[in-house]
Design a protein around this ligand. Sequence first.
Ligand SMILES: Nc1nc2c(ncn2[C@@H]2O[C@H](COP(=O)(O)OP(=O)(O)O)[C@@H](O)[C@H]2O)c(=O)[nH]1
Ligand SMILES: [Mg+2]
Length: 385
Amino acid sequence: MLGWFKKKLSGKKEEAAAEETVETADRVDAGEESAPSSTPGTLVPDEVAPPMKEPAESDEPAEAEEQKKPQRRSMFQRLQKRLGKSRNHFVHRLDNLFRGKKKIDQELLDELEEILITADLGVSTAMDLLDAAKDSVKRQELNDPQALKKVLRDKILSFLQESNQPAELVLPESGPFVIMVVGVNGVGKTTSIGKIAAKFARSGQSVLLIAGDTFRAAAIDQLKIWGERVDVEVVAGPPKSDPSSVVFDGVAKGVAKDYDVVIIDTAGRLHTSVNLMEELKKIKRVIGKNLSTAPHEVMLVVDATTGQNAVSQAKLFNEAVGITGLTLTKLDGTAKGGIVANICHELKIPVRFIGIGEQVDDLRDFDPEEFVDALFSVGEESDSV
Ligand SMILES: Nc1nc2c(ncn2[C@@H]2O[C@H](COP(=O)(O)OP(=O)(O)O)[C@@H](O)[C@H]2O)c(=O)[nH]1
Ligand SMILES: [Mg+2]
């Protein structure tokens, strides 16, 4: 686990929030399991919760350990299910390749190469994986094709882990934690902001949202609707107003009223537009005027269904505003789950969250191990069905 904002949680909010609200969020698990559960070190608990305004039912707090397991398991299965398409596409093809094969020969390696290259891992990541597989074979570690699957799993995991850095490294000593959210239109910025706000709010943090996407009235309204839904405040200006001045006012309010977390939505016209990048740079500078250390996180949201395009977006936004964390959305609707490995391997930017649906609880803390397990166990599950 990334332990997102652990430090902040263990600070002033410790008593009020840490124990009680982590439990609150966890124990109301959309009816799948009623067991209380919490993930140590995670401020933004990743368990399913009901619609925000519903009061949490009381619960016995701490027979947790035993009861956690089934709940974790159900969360894992949910992730597994949502990643279904990716699993079918990639891991399933691996399973088909390995099934019935007794030895690793050139033909198998050629087919493996084709699967990896077409799995949206990107050519260089696919080649690195293939090299790892060939190396293991050469070193006589392997003779059984199934063992090759494990080599691939472990290598993908190492790609995901190498970019994994806790966000608490950049947490401010005092004042709000400011997240600037960027990304092209339609990737899921506003939706993800709503979901992230819900996570913080459930953890007892005060959250302020800023509607920095001022180009369309609908974009402002959409953020306001999320604000109401998850019960957090939204600062917005009139449509077409200067985004920098809305952001300036919003951050000023966040500092003056001592919010814990401030999340800024921005416009996302095509990344090929020079103006957008210039505008984002300006917004970033303006954020720092009221709080010199901010933004503490520049989060890029990318849509996993766009495959390699997500990687080129990440490169462009990174050059313009310096991306410190990623949210990868729509992993529920794509066979391109391999893109996660590619992004981590090529860009070395940590993935903070993954979106696996449109609802408020469809955003998960990204956990490399859990992700790889969900991806790779898909094949196993479909075998047994
Ligand atoms: N299936 C799915 N849809 C998502 C996810 N995240 C966002 N969306 C949908 O993507 C569409 C665009 O989202 P929006 O937040 O408006 O994107 P923005 O233009 O970047 O702010 C909306 O219909 C969202 O409901 C996700 O993880 N899975
Ligand atoms: Mg939006």
